[in-house]
Every structure is written in C-alpha cells, then in structure tokens.
Design a protein. Sequence first.
Length: 542
Amino acid sequence: MRRSAVANRAFAVLSACAAAVRRLISVRTPANDVTYRAMFEESGVGNARVGLANDRTLAANPALCRLLGYEHDELLERTIVGLAHPDDRAALAALFRQLASGSIPRFACEGRFTRGDGSTVWASVQAAALHDEPGFAVVTMEDVTERRRAETALRTSEERYRLVSRVIADAVYEWNLDTNAVQWSDGLRTLFDYHQEDVDEDASWWSDRIHPDERTQVLTDIHAAIDGDAPGWAAEYRFRRRDGGFANVVDRAFIERDATGKARRLIGAMLDVTEQRTLEAERELLLAREKAARQEAEAANRAKDQFLAMLSHELRAPLSPILGWSGILLEDKLDEPERREALEAIHRNAQQQHQLVGDLLDVSSIVSGKIRLDPVPTDLRTVIERALDAVRFSADAKQVQLESVLEPDVGLVVCDADRMQQVVWNLLSNAVKFTPAGGVVGVHLRGVGNDAVIEVRDDGRGIDPDMLSRVFERFWQAESTAARQQGGLGLGLTIVRHLVELHGGDVEVHSEGRDRGTVFRVRLPRLAAEASGPLKRAGSCG
C-alpha cells in the first residue's frame, strides 16, 4: 500500500471525522448514541467498525457498501484486508497488525480493493484504534480512483515527454515564468556540449549565451510575446557552444497561459541549423559565382562578335583604296604626279593593313604563350627616339606636336629593343590618334628608385574614370565609339601590357576624365651598374 501526497491531505479531513466519532463513543449517552449513528450512517465517506483481533467488519455504512459493491450483510461477512487487491493485501494487513498491537495509534494509506462485481477501485484508507474499546477500530474509506487515473495519466505524459526529449535531437526546454527556472533536455549536451554541471537553471544562463549582436532583439521579441497574447514565439539567432564558438539555432516555443491569459511557462526547442546555413551560404556563393561567370562569358562572346565584325571592316578598309588605285595604275593613264599619289596611297594603306595583321599575330602569340624575346642591356633613349621617328609622320599629318624629355642618367634596361620600341610606338600612336589638331603628345624618360619610367602624356580625349580599369582588356576598345571613329583593332594597349609584363615591369594609366588628357606610365627594372654585356637569347615567354 502506498501513501500519496493527496492522501496525506485527505488524512487530516478524515481524521477529524474519526476523532469526532471517537469522542462520541467515549461518552456513551443515549443522546450521543443517536448522534453517532446519524454521523456514521449519513456520512458521504465509507465508515466501518472492525474488530482488530480478526479484522472482521462489525458495522458498515451505506457509503462503504456502495464503494465496495456489496450489500450490508454481505460486507459483514468479509474483512477489509480480505477485500484488498492481492498485490496490496500484505501491506494493509501489516498496518492492521501494528494497530492491534498498539505500536501505532492510527494509519492512513491508499490501495486497490476488489468490488463485489470483480472490478477494482482505488481507495484511501484511514484507521484509528478506539481507546475506550480496546481491540476495536474505526475505519474510513474514500474512492480516489479518478484522481489516481489522472495522476497515472500525468506520470505517463511526463514520462513520454522525457522520452521524446531524449530521443529528438533538439535541445528541448521548459521555462517556468513564475520561478524563472529552465529545465533542459539532453539535447543541450548533444548539440552544444553543455553538461548538467555547466548549466544554471536560471533563464539568464540561456540569455547570456546569445550572441551579443542579437541578444537585445531576441529578448525584446520574446518578452513582447510573453506579455502580449501570442500563442508562441520563434526566432533564429547565434548561441554560444561550450567551446566558445557560435551555432546558428532556430528556437520555437509554445506559451502556456492560465485562465486570465497570463503566461505561466514556455515549452520550446532549439534546433542547431549551423550546417544547413553554411550549406545555404555556400550554395548562394556558388550561384553568385556561376552567374558572374555566365555574365562574363556572355560579355566576352558579345565582345568577340563585335570584334570580328569590326575586324572585317578594318581589314577591308585599306583594301578598297589599294584595289582602286592599283586598278587605275594598270590603265596607265596617269601623269607622274598622279601616279606618285596613287603609289603613296597604296603604300600607306598596305602599311595600315600590315599593322593590323601584326597586332593580330602578336595577340595570338601572347595568348598562346609563344611570343619570344631577345633581351639585352639597352639604352631606352635610343628605343624612344626610334619610336618618335616612326610616329612623327602621322603626328605632323594631324598637326599634333611631339615633345620629349629623355634624362641621360637612367642607365640600361634588360629588354628586347624591338619589342620595347613596339610598346613605345603603340603608346605614342594611340596618344596621337586621340589628340585633336593643335594638341601636344609628350614622352618623358626618367629614373625612379630601381626603375626606369617611360611616361607618355597627351592633352586629348581622355578616359572616363570608371573605364580606366578596362583599357588593357582585349576587345574592349571594339565597343568604344571613339575608337571606332579613329579606326584600328584596339589591341595596341593589350599588347603593351603583356610585353611590359614579360619584361618584368608594369604599366598603368591615369586620366581625370573626358577631354582632360591621358597619362600612360611604364616601369621597367634598371640593370645594376656593375652588370654589362648581352644576355643569352630567352626561350618562350607567356
């Protein structure tokens, strides 16, 4: 037989009834006998008078007969102990023996009893020895079956909750808002490595481990839900693990409220979504990269298409005057001045087409890594002067003034002189092309630290600042309206950059904007003063 907390509370009430009965019995008067019988018979609680020598039922009231399912005479033929469930009978018999021996004056317990129809009923039992009638006791019994079922259901529900909390991966918690205490499931250890000794039951232990950047917002939101009438609350934030790192968690809770709507407790769960969020971020990054690569490929394809269209035009442009003038010459109807004019036109356009083909071949060699250099110690002043001579005719034709400042103490640079002359010529011809009549193109050679610096400056069209980073790209000038108006493939600056880099140098461009001119600056490493003599021929570079 087990004595529950509820039984203890009921014991006080029933004991008072039993005490009243005992007091009436102790003073045996006719009036008291009538009162006793009335209380005994009319009580809603089952009452019995038993003999302790054989536990025989000597008297029973109607409430007890209804409780146990027997008629009055049938019940008098049985004992209280004999009606107890077999599993509870021994414990109840032991209590009655102690009561009979006088070792205890009373007892209270709960147990199962077998009713007359064979069903089982849970009852609280209280018995007290009668001091004025040794060997006799008064017993009270009350049906507690429904309460026991409710308690059993509650224990089953709580056990199921504990089992579910242990099985699922989430950190399940119950937050008592009256005491501010939080109970956690084993998920707190599984997910975040917190052991029982690491955890304080106070809710501040949880809030202190929310990432500082998110703590204020999380606490504001959860208290707004608690103080309002929301049925629940949810949030995503970072929670500090035992090792100090932070996990991304999704936290959802149900808010339990009383009849007045006041929040009493939260039952929720924290799920670690760190891996999921990491995979999502990586996926977004891959998608962004794929999108950028696709856009870049599409842009490159558009640029190539435009370049091929422009290439076709540029290659045909010099062929038209060559074919026209050569046809006229074949007719042999020109005088000497006209004949010379025709030959000059043919020569000029042939040179232009030669330059176009040369640029294409150079770019092809650079891309394939097959361009070859023949580096030797070189005086850059000679290289620059030759480039100036090569571009002077076109400058004079456009009425563009050429200026040069070549400092004598720059020293030698190890380079392929022909290729470096090509670099300077490309920069000068590009400057002349985009400088209007009356403008000035200047070239300056000077030493800066360990470098020789070639600076080509013009006061022409200039470049938009947001386009400066693209001027050395292949095909870019094919999209430039200004470049198309001036003709050419727009590969000159691409060739310049690659040739300079193959020589261990770098090239940069500066412009303050449209119609503000442009400055190209080439830096090449100078040869140490003690080094001299030609170098061996270099292999393939790229």
